[in-house]
Design a protein. Sequence first.
Length: 121
Amino acid sequence: MAAPSTGALDAPHAIPLEVLVEKLRTDLAAGLDAGEAAARLVSHGPNQLETAQGPGLLRRVLAQLRDPLIYVLMAAGLVTLAFGGYVDAAVIDGMFLLNALIGYVQESGAVHALDALRDVS
């Protein structure tokens, strides 16, 4: 179970600190010297998280419609429309569309906040 000295370690949290420092060829007080840091940057890449592509606009809007309350509102709108209540059906449909729009705007704000946090780190 020999791991490469600077490669990925299976469970670094479970290794005693002295052993981990030795495997990583570093020093707790001084850290890496500039040459070793540059070499590791070239061989391992920058120390940053990979960013996954999030869902697109249409998928995020449609995700807002996956709620049992929305299904109830859609059914109520269809039943009202079937019985000739055009204005009431339009109001009901407007309510679930407004709900989807508000949910989308809030989710977009959260996504932008997460992106800003990722840019800071």
